[in-house]
Design a protein around this ligand. Structure first.
Ligand code: NAD
Length: 469
């Protein structure tokens, strides 16, 4: 059976060849049009996010709109610099030649997004994709239908379909899209689906960026300021109802600061998410889980922990039909519980007391490399030790989640938590091929010495080069 998206793909393929040679200013124009649409339609974006995730307007402004406009602004300011060919030194062996690295658009790209930041995770990679001069087919998540519909409306308003188009749908549509020979696939989602995407990409040798998930640990050592750690972790974990890829997933804490941490965390849940004392199930400041299926999975995980003797430090109430689970902190959890195996992706946080930092390092190194690793400590020695002895996509000392919006740091995972980097210049590079261009002189070549026949002089030169170059 013919692929339902073949003709859309073919049209983009033709257009992508034209985009290769157009002036950079055209890319900037597209980015500016996208930004204008977003700024003119903030109300619609807020409505869609409220319908899908009950996100508050300000939360949407910060985590869905600002994150995209800042990516666009960064590209508008730096695109000429990023796209400029970069001269390289010829070294001794290539004297007389001119070498440069020319970033070129990859071509037709596929961007697949999850539901947890459904506008941001289409908009931000789209900005990098357009900045790099590509065309794009976008596949938003079926779990956030209001945002998905709005993204389609936006793209139809702003772009010709040969440049950007939206395919709405779920697994069957994504599977069909993945059969096409894209020049690059940018996928954000779970590790398991990331493996499916990479398997499909391998058939066409499409390059991939995989922004995946996993369990991101937090370490709070005996020198940490427990109150400061509690405020930051409560915000990072319970914002968006814990449905944030880089949210702290579980805590390793020193016994010395545990009581202070728990008391402060409890206080900050109320201060941050229920400041008017309306109750967490009523306040507009605490968003909801995406659907009943996801809420039920979390309730099962919570019940399993409770039934095997976990201690609830605070929270624990839930109503899966209302997609509500109270911010919950658990301790004393059995090692075999699902909560230690699966990415939680909800407002439940397990905590474990540690005595020896080496055990923490071993635990992290024996599991999949996390997307993010957080350390709360005042000790220079511990900061250095953890930074060097562990691997993670990103590491933050004395804060959580804030690395995401840093203008000059690459964002991404490592192995199970992801492949490739995004944001700013790194996003632009991911959607570009770094082509080497070498210009030689006519009638001369540095390879002359390596042309046969090999006389004694040539052999001497080769040996000299092996020794000294
Ligand atoms: P998901 O992997 O279930 O879905 C992501 C996308 O893949 C959706 O568009 C979906 O339609 C499609 N998809 C789902 N199953 C598929 C299949 N079998 N074949 C082909 N396509 C399929 O992820 P999700 O539940 O939407 O999002 C949550 C996950 O995303 C979490 O693991 C989270 O950590 C991760 N995430 C990562 C980042 C990051 O930047 N690293 C950001 C946000 C979310």
């Amino acid at each position: 059976m013919a692929n339902p998206f073949q003709s859309q793909f073919d049209k983009q393929k033709v257009r992508s060849l034209e985009l290769r040679t157009e002036p950079i200013e055209h890319r900037r124009k597209r980015l500016k049009s996208l930004k204008t649409w977003i700024l003119n339609n903030k109300g619609k974006i807020r409505e869609a996010l409220h319908a899908d995730l009950r996100k508050s307007a300000t939360d949407t402004d910060i985590s869905e709109i600002f994150t995209v406009t800042t990516e666009i602004n960064d590209a508008l300011s730096h695109l000429h610099q990023w796209a400029r060919p970069q001269r390289v030194s010829p070294g001794m062996t290539y004297l007389g030649t001119a070498g440069k690295i020319q970033p070129e658009p990859k071509g037709v790209c596929l961007i697949i997004a999850p539901w947890n930041f459904p506008f941001n995770l289409i908009g931000s990679p789209l900005a990098s994709c357009l900045a790099a001069g590509n065309t794009a087919m976008l596949k938003p998540s079926e779990n956030t239908p209001a945002t998905s519909k709005l993204i389609k409306e936006m793209v139809e308003d702003v772009f010709e379909p040969e440049v950007v188009t939206v395919i709405e749908g779920a697994i069957p549509e994504t599977t069909a899209l993945l059969e096409l020979p894209f020049d690059h696939i940018f996928f954000t989602g779970s590790t398991n689906v990331g493996k499916i995407v990479m398997g499909a990409a391998a058939k066409n040798l499409s390059s991939v960026t995989l922004e995946l998930g996993g369990k991101s640990p937090v370490i709070i050592d005996e020198t940490a300021n427990a109150d400061d750690a509690a405020k930051k972790i409560v915000w990072g974990r319970f914002t968006n109802n814990g449905q944030t890829c880089i949210a702290p997933d579980y805590i390793f804490i020193s016994e010395k600061v545990k009581d202070k941490f728990v008391a402060s965390a409890k206080k900050y849940v109320a201060e941050l998410f229920d400041s008017k004392s309306e109750g967490l199930s009523h306040t507009q400041d605490y968003s909801r889980l995406v659907n009943v299926k996801h809420a039920s999975r979390l309730v099962e995980i919570l019940d399993e922990a409770k039934n095997s003797g976990a201690h609830i430090e605070f929270g624990g109430t839930h109503n899966a039909n209302e997609k509500f689970i109270e911010p919950t902190l658990l301790s004393n959890i059995d090692e075999s519980n699902r909560i230690w195996q699966e990415e939680i992706f909800g407002p439940i946080m397990p905590m474990k007391i540690y005595r020896d930092i080496d055990q923490v390092i071993d635990h992290i190194n024996q599991n999949d490399k996390p997307l993010a690793l957080y350390l709360f400590s005042r000790s220079r020695k511990t900061k250095k030790r953890i930074t060097k002895a562990t691997s993670a996509g990103s590491m933050v000392i004395n804060d959580v989640v804030v690395q995401y919006a840093h203008p000059n740091l690459p964002f991404g995972g490592v192995n199970h938590s992801g492949i490739g980097k995004s944001h700013g210049k790194y996003g632009f590079m991911e959607f570009s091929n770094q082509k080497s261009v070498l210009s030689q002189r006519i009638g001369l070549t540095n390879a002359l010495l390596f042309y046969p026949p090999f006389n004694g002089f040539k052999k001497w030169v080769v040996n000299f080069m092996i020794k000294w170059f």
